[in-house]
Design a protein around this ligand. Structure first.
Ligand code: ZN
Length: 380
């Protein structure tokens, strides 16, 4: 097999204040009978603007609700709805779950698909893959598609009106992108796009990291005041476009594999993807022996952002030996992206790194005058 480099991207990306009012105009070249996938909360916030926008473009409005997780059954239900309604494009509207379900259903049904996130809470919208979960929210599998969405559209005023914790989660997901792309390019593994990283994929991952360090804190201030500022625009682009292209074409490594491992530990249920990914990031930094200053700065920055960087904050502790073992075994399973690290990774090494983040986080936060980790309790 020749060693190829690849880049995968959506056909069209649209971001800005009020962008939702242009959804009809951007959808009409893609299809004439869209199916919108949105839960009742998302539809309550966006339905009116979308109905106006679609009727302005002579498109019919058809919407189905959506549950909590992207499960096999949820995807199959959408495929049935596409068939019975004669739809030719499916639009995932809301958070990562509805978007991933729409992509997977569009692929199975053989129609086109678009992502319309209502928060910058993950980098799911741009990619040509979906993550499928069990009914309990445990990681089941990645599904890969032959192409990316035809359209990704994100309205930054809607992001500014969403709860700040969504943006925090997206920052956690996006901070991992550079750490994982950096590890992948140092090693010999392949990216989700199916080859070695392109220089473009690696550079976009790095740009995402730089924008976040400069803009994450003022962007969170803006969201708490429900206003759109250049800092928020930068973070939305970093979380959605740059992290999306960067993870898919720059490579995933330990951080996302450890996230997948954490989904197998019930005490972490109820935490967002980005919160668990951040535990993956700090654990990867320890696992790879990153410079102490880099680890300490990462702990300070993510504490200020409001992301967990200790076991306590995800409902675990260094004494939960069996659970940490399960997390590490899941993270280091055959085929997991942890094997993109530029050195062999063992289950024991992952357990050691997970155990070590607790005292490191506590010490750094104490030394730098930051809050102590608050214990997390999963919802019953
Ligand atoms: Zn992610």
């Amino acid at each position: 097999m020749p060693s190829l480099t690849t880049l995968s991207s959506p056909a069209h990306y649209v971001q800005g204040e009020g962008a939702m009012s242009l959804l009809g105009r951007h959808l009409s070249p893609i299809g004439s009978a869209p199916l919108l996938v949105a839960d009742d909360v998302v539809w309550g916030l966006t339905g009116e603007v979308i109905e106006q926008s679609l009727s302005g473009a002579d498109l019919p409005v058809a919407r189905v609700g959506f549950g909590r997780f992207t499960t096999v059954a949820a995807v199959d239900d959408l495929v049935a709805t596409i068939g019975s309604g004669g739809h030719d494009v499916i639009v995932g509207l809301g958070g990562g779950s509805a978007i991933d379900a729409a992509k997977a259903a569009g692929h199975l049904a053989g129609i086109r698909w678009a992502s319309v996130p209502t928060a910058a809470s993950s980098d799911a919208p741009t990619s040509a893959l979906s993550v499928i979960y069990t009914d309990d929210g445990a990681f089941l599998e990645y599904r890969f598609f032959p192409h990316n969405p035809d359209l990704v559209l994100i309205d930054t005023q809607i992001v500014a009106d969403a709860p700040a914790q969504f943006l925090v989660a997206g920052i956690g997901d996006a901070l991992a992108t550079w750490l994982e792309a950096r590890a992948t390019v140092r090693g010999t593994g392949t990216t989700m796009a199916g080859g070695r990283p392109t220089r473009a994929g690696t550079a976009l991952a790095r740009l995402s990291w730089e924008l976040l360090w400069d803009n994450a804190l003022p962007a969170l201030d803006a969201v708490r005041s429900h206003v759109v500022t250049p800092a928020l625009e930068a973070v939305v682009e970093a979380n959605t476009l740059l992290s999306g292209l960067g993870f898919e074409s720059g490579g995933l490594a330990a951080a996302h594999a450890i996230h997948n491992g954490l989904t197998a530990a019930p005490p972490t249920h109820g935490l967002s993807h980005g919160q668990k990914v951040n535990i993956g990031s700090i654990t990867q930094l320890v696992l790879e022996g990153a410079p102490t200053a880099e680890i300490e700065d990462f702990i300070e920055f993510t504490t200020r952002v409001g992301l967990p960087n200790s076991l306590t904050e995800v409902g675990l502790g260094p004494d939960d030996i069996d659970l940490l073992q399960t997390v590490a075994e899941t993270a280091a399973a055959d085929g997991e992206t942890i094997h993109n690290m530029p050195f062999p990774v063992t289950v024991d090494a992952v357990v050691a790194a997970l155990t070590a983040i607790e005292p490191i986080s506590r010490r750094v936060r104490r030394e730098r005058g930051l809050s102590e980790p608050t214990p997390y309790e999963a919802p019953a």
